[in-house]
Design a protein around this ligand. Structure first.
Ligand SMILES: Nc1ncnc2c1ncn2[C@@H]1O[C@H](COP(=O)(O)OP(=O)(O)OP(=O)(O)O)[C@@H](O)[C@H]1O
Length: 324
């Protein structure tokens, strides 16, 4: 049995949420987050990210599961007071300015007005925007104000559901910098996203959720390794295919080989492309094309969660794994 570590910011086991007899939104989830760690939940819509976060901050009650948040039992008010969260759209007064909304919230929480200026600077909400009515805000501005509100109590743990939603690329970069600087101060961040590129750039560890389950978890290199397969491929268009495969069989240390029409895709370092080309030509195989690609984590993630991609329609004939 593992010993619980008192230093863990979040440590939960078997977290489950069911709705009625048929919907299991989160299934038997184990999660541990350490101080100063930025942890990202990655998953397509409906994977269970928001439900998990709502359980952690006490908005909904877990069906099953035990654990601690900041060293206290899940749902403990003293621990929740040290958590800042942005889950779904925060409720701000539409007719008040961003500044007045935060001042109101600060007073409600018993926090000095000076903290409002600090958090507004942290999220980089423009001076002009601060004085505008909330209802005129763009999605990105609303998002920044939501993060500012989450930061108000100087929390030890931030739980942010899709924090970059609605931000332009510059806003996304600023948000990443902010989250990293918060982590550098020893705070922990749990965020969710359906964009791999986002979590990849900011998170120390990533957990991929799919249909309520954690399917893979780890650092980026660990996830790459766990998802298996070569990280890169060499693809050749070659005729005749049978002769090409016979030739490939004579080459050492190739990974999996897949064939679709006249396309042969080989899991191998792209640095061996020239060697493969030379071998095929020497074997009297006509090489009509040769391309190299590094398999991104995005591809692996999409494959894992069977998410359709925009370029699915353009994909040529399906590839079949062959023995070489
Ligand atoms: N109150 C509810 N009643 C019934 N089913 C629910 C409820 N809340 C969530 N679900 C279901 O639970 C599953 C997980 O939803 P959840 O919102 O946690 O996913 P998500 O990963 O956050 O996705 P999204 O990015 O779309 O918010 C979905 O199938 C959803 O339809």
């Amino acid at each position: 049995m593992s010993t619980p570590n008192p230093a863990a910011v979040i440590e939960i086991t078997g977290l489950t949420k069911t709705y009625g007899p048929t919907v299991t939104a989160v299934r038997d989830l184990d999660l541990r987050i350490d101080p100063g760690e930025v942890y990202g939940f990655l998953g397509r819509n409906g994977a269970g990210k928001t439900t998990t976060m709502r359980m952690l901050v006490g908005l909904i009650r877990p069906t099953a599961g035990t654990g601690t948040l900041l060293g206290r039992p899940l749902g403990d008010p003293a621990a929740l007071a040290r958590v800042g969260s942005l889950i779904e759209s925060p409720a701000f007064h539409p007719h008040l300015s961003g500044l007045d909304n935060l001042r109101l919230l600060a007073r409600y929480l018993g926090i000095p007005d000076a903290s409002v200026d600090t958090v507004l600077r942290q999220v980089d909400l423009a001076e002009t925007a601060v004085h505008r009515r909330f209802r005129t805000y763009s999605l990105g501005m609303k998002q920044r104000l939501g993060v500012a509100a989450a930061l108000l109590g100087d929390p030890d743990l931030l739980i942010l559901d899709e924090p970059t939603n609605g931000l332009d690329p510059a806003g996304m970069a600023a948000m990443r910098d902010l989250l990293r600087s918060l982590a550098a101060d020893g705070r922990s961040v749990l965020l969710s996203s359906h964009l791999l590129g986002e979590v990849e750039q900011v998170c120390d560890r990533i957990g991929i959720l799919h249909e309520g389950r954690m399917v893979v978890e780890g650092t980026l290199p660990q996830i790459q390794a766990k998802l298996g397969g070569a990280a890169s491929t060499v693809t050749v268009r070659a005729r005749p295919v049978e002769a090409a495969l016979a030739c490939l069989r004579s080459l050492p240390d190739l990974g999996a080989v897949r064939v679709g029409g006249d396309r042969i895709e080989i899991d191998v370092d792209p640095g061996r492309a020239a060697e493969i080309n030379r071998a095929l030509v020497l074997a009297d195989v006509a090489v009509d094309g040769l391309a190299t690609a590094r398999r991104s984590l995005e591809d692996a993630f999409l494959g894992l969660t069977e998410m359709p991609t925009d370029d699915d329609a353009e994909r040529p004939s399906p590839m079949t794994l062959v023995e070489v």
